[in-house]
Design a binder for this molecule. Structure first.
Ligand code: FAD
Length: 339
């Protein structure tokens, strides 16, 4: 069996692993490496240090299906709905702007990382965390992959699913395998940057606002706030509420290199102005999304030979799906995909 390494245990990597297993069973031994301590990537779900049942989604907030994607990805949606991993968004979101009509929004009762974990489990892949890939060398017909934590390993195929700037940071042969034009296009890809704060509260605390989530268009610092348990329609005496705050992109860019505590204090001060009624949280999780989302650029880039980079297109659930199956379709010319 060929040994495949998928770098990145985010949505793209997990779907790619799952589709490889489903479409080409018994052909690959699939291994997934991620530099983080857990699955999810930008679809990460954080737990309160004092109560693991109290969770907050720091990155992606909804899974949004346009009529087009609802149709072409219907089997993915049906499966996730049948397993209660997705539920329709039924609570009020203030000042949400829809780019087109007929969009259906879904939330993830167990946190958005549950979708990534679902696909990783289904793939049967060997998933290893704390594996930070640093160098990739072409060796004979395969690849030698070095990581910070131990000895290099050999793979027949390597699939890179991290954001483009992180791919460009890799040492070894990856850069030299790309043509000048390809490199130029990749270097031109720019991501927005944001900060996120997750606030965890003790059981019994109430947050009385008429919305579950709200967008702010005129605030220089805050773009979005969600009462995350309310947004996900959870109610339990066992854990308290959780709140997620996303900053605006201009704020993220302006403060990108500033020290964590200073940025956190600015966000908390601004939060107090927009929500003076908010109680003091029991704990706070700080997250910098240096590579948050990007405009619609080529979602798939096949390098001369391998490895192959697949990306998240315009950065949402559907474009991650498209990247994953485009890669597998192009690479293996299989015609039997049914969604
Ligand atoms: P990632 O999730 O970034 O996964 C890449 C993985 O690679 C990461 O886990 C990373 O740790 C790992 N990695 C990177 N470098 C290395 C290395 N050298 N070695 C090993 N591992 C490495 N999408 C929606 O659909 N709806 C939303 O509401 C939404 N809101 C968002 C809000 C925010 C603030 C952000 C940041 C994103 C949002 N998105 C949303 C976008 C969505 O989260 C992404 O499109 C999706 O998660 C991208 O998945 P991915 O697997 O392609 O990349």
């Amino acid at each position: 069996m060929s040994r495949v390494l998928i770098v990145g245990a985010g949505l793209t990597g997990s779907i790619c692993a799952c589709l490889l297993r489903r479409e080409l069973p018994n052909k690959f031994n699939i291994v997934v490496w991620d530099k983080s301590r857990g699955a999810g990537g930008r679809m990460s779900t954080s737990r309160s240090p004092s109560n693991p049942k109290c969770t907050v989604d720091l990155g992606a907030q909804y899974i949004s299906a346009t009529p087009y994607y609802a149709r072409i990805h219907s089997s993915f949606y049906e499966e996730l709905l049948a397993q209660d991993l997705l539920k329709p968004l039924v609570v009020p979101v203030e000042d949400i702007v829809y780019k087109e009509e007929g969009i259906l929004n879904y939330v993830t009762p167990s946190g958005v990382s549950s979708i990534v974990k679902h696909y990783l489990n289904k793939s049967g892949a060997e998933v290893l965390y704390n594996r930070h890939v640093t160098h990739i060398y072409q060796k004979d017909a395969g690849w030698e992959v070095c990581h910070k934590e131990g000895a290099p390993e050999r793979f027949d195929i390597v699939v890179l699913t991290m954001p483009v700037p992180q791919i460009l940071q890799l040492q070894g042969d990856v850069g030299s395998l790309m043509g000048e034009n390809q490199l130029k296009r990749l270097r031109a890809v720019s991501y927005s940057s944001r900060y996120a704060l997750g606030l965890f509260y003790k059981a019994g605390v109430r947050i009385d606002v008429p919305w579950a989530a709200k967008y702010f268009s005129n605030n220089p610092c805050i773009r979005f706030i969600a009462i995350d348990d309310k947004k996900r329609n959870l109610a339990s005496k066992d854990f308290g509420p959780s709140v997620v705050v996303h900053t605006s992109v201009p704020f993220g860019v302006q403060h990108l290199e500033q020290e964590k505590d200073a940025v956190q204090n600015i966000i908390l001060e601004e939060l107090e102005k927009v929500m003076p009624e908010l109680p003091q949280p029991e704990s706070i999780k700080f997250q910098k999304w240096r590579y948050s989302q990007k405009p619609d650029v080529t979602a798939i880039l096949v390098l001369r030979g391998l490895p192959v980079q697949i990306g998240d297109g315009s950065s949402n659930f559907n474009t991650c799906l498209v990247s994953s199956y485009s890669y597998i379709l192009k690479r293996y010319s299989t015609q039997k995909f049914k969604f």
